[in-house]
Write a protein that binds this ligand. Sequence first.
Ligand code: IPM
Ligand code: MG
Length: 374
Amino acid sequence: MNDIERAVEQFRTLLEEQLARTQRMEAGVAPRDFARQEQIAIGVAPGDGIGPIIVREARRVLEALLGDEIASGRIVLRDIPGLTLENRLALGKSVPEESLAAIKACDVLLKGPTTTPKGGSMESANVTLRRELDLYANVRPVAVPEEGIDWIFFRENTEGEYVLGSRGVEIPDRLCMDFKVTTRPGTRRIARAAFEYAKNNGKTRVAIVTKANIMKKTDGSFSAICHEVAEEYPGIEAEDWYIDIMTANLVNPAIRNRFQVFLLPNLYGDIITDEAAQIQGGVGTAGSANTGDRYAMFEAIHGSAPRLIEEGLGEYASPESILRACVLLLRHIARPDVANRLERALDSCALRVTGDPTGATCRAYADAILQLLA
Ligand code: IPM
Ligand code: MG
C-alpha cells in the first residue's frame, strides 16, 4: 500500500467511527437526578505535580462542608487509584483501565491536574476522560464584580480539534493533516446546555464564537446549528462573533462587561478561557466543570505546574482554582446552599497565594477558608 492509500484508509476508519459516535449521541442517556439519589459517590484523583497538594486541601474543605452527609453515608468520597504520570507511563495508558473503572463507579469526579508527556503518542488524560465519559460541556465561569464582569463559557468538550488530535494523517517528510470534527448532535447538545443556562439564570444574550468565515464546514455548521437551537429560546438573543475579535473584546474594558454567556467550539474555548481567567486574576483562580449526561468531572483550569515542584515550591501552590471547581461540583450534585457558602468564603478570603514564600501556603489558604466557613 502506498502512502496515499494508507492515509485514505485511515480517513475512512475515522469517518466510520465518527458517524457511529453521532448515532450513539442521538440515542442519548438518561441524566441523573442527584436530588433524589440515595447515595452520591465523589471520586477524588490527586493527579501529578501540585495536584496531590491542592487536592489534599480541597478534600479537607469538602469533608468539612459535607460532614453530616458523609457521616450518614449519603455522600462518599472515594480515592481513585492509578492516575499518576508514573503509573500511566509504566502502563502506556493515558487513563489506566483500573482508574477508569473506579471513576465510572462514581457519580462525579474531582480531579487534580495531570501531566501530559511531551512528544510520544500518549494522549492527555483530560482528553481521554472527556471522551470516555462523554463530558461534552466544559463550563467555566469568570467574574470581576467591581467591573460588572459575569461571564460563563460553554466550551464544546468532545469534538472539534480535540477528538482526533492524536490521529492525524502524515505522508512522511512531506505533509501532515489534522482533523476538526463538528457533528449535528454534538453541537445541538452544547448549544442546548448554553441556552438552558441562559434561560434559567436570567441571561439575555449568548455569544456564539467561531471562525466561520474561514473554517466554513465545521465552524459554519456549528454557528448554524446554534442558531437553530436559539430559535427555541425567544427571549434570548444569539449573537455571532469571530474568535479573533472576541479575544480583543475581552481586553477592551469599554465593552467587555456586556457579554454574558459564550458558546464555542473546543479549541477556541480552550484558548479564550485562559485569557478570561487571567482577567479575573490568573489561571489559578478559575474552576472548570466538565459535564455530560451521565458523568461529570471537576478540575482546576490550570496544569500540574511541574516547575513549582522542581523548585520545591509545591506547598505554595494555590488551591483556589480547585476549590472553585468544588463550588461547581456541589452545585452539580444539587447542593446549592453548600456551594454558595463555599463561594462566599472564596470571594471574601483576603489571603493571597503567590506560588512562592511571598504569599500564603496552600494549607494556610485552606485553613482560612475553613475558618470563614465555621
Ligand atoms: C484545559 C487544558 C486541557 C485542554 C489540556 C490539559 C489537555 O488546557 O482543560 O483547558 O487543552 O483542554
Ligand atoms: Mg486550557
